[in-house]
Design a protein around this ligand. Sequence first.
Ligand code: GDP
Ligand code: MG
Length: 178
Amino acid sequence: SSPDASSKDLRAKLVLLGDSGVGKSCIVLRFVRGQFDPTSKVTVGASFLSQTLALEDSTIVKFEIWDTAGQERYAALAPLYYRGAAAAIVVYDITSPESFSKAQYWVKELQKHGSPGIVMVLVGNKADLHDNRSVSSQDAQDYAEKNNMFFIETSAKTADNINQLFEEIAKRLPRPTA
Ligand code: GDP
Ligand code: MG
């Protein structure tokens, strides 16, 4: 018998890690609400936002997206946050080399303590600020390849590559075995 379409549906906990100020909350709000508000002190809230995405193969992925309320400052709390995550978006700001170093710290942390098989994506955000770029795309791409991660540059401000980011994650999620 052919499987019912809904049997292909996936649900995935997704977390964002990275220095504060790199644009994690703005990426989430752009994806979930289609908005960018440069004036608001954005923190999505205590728990999570969810958003579904339909893939070309008709799989429906429901992301449960956890945004931190500044806990990224407290490394000791991070394991509580990323526990059980199917995917992690590690974000830096392309104008900030310090944030790129911090991203590498989070990648190591996830490699050591994240769920086995967690899908990790490296994101260079604020791509609209290319005139002030100080992390080269090539360096980031090389780092991502070495660490078996997908790499993409985004702008939450212009929406550039935001949907693509989530689609790439969705495609990489492990499919339930029949
Ligand atoms: P978080 O601390 O990582 O959650 O960062 P936020 O999402 O709060 O964003 C920090 C600041 O960066 C805010 O002032 C945002 O308006 C700004 N910001 C976020 N994403 C972008 C972007 O893609 N381009 C530009 N130019 N600014 C951004
Ligand atoms: Mg935030």
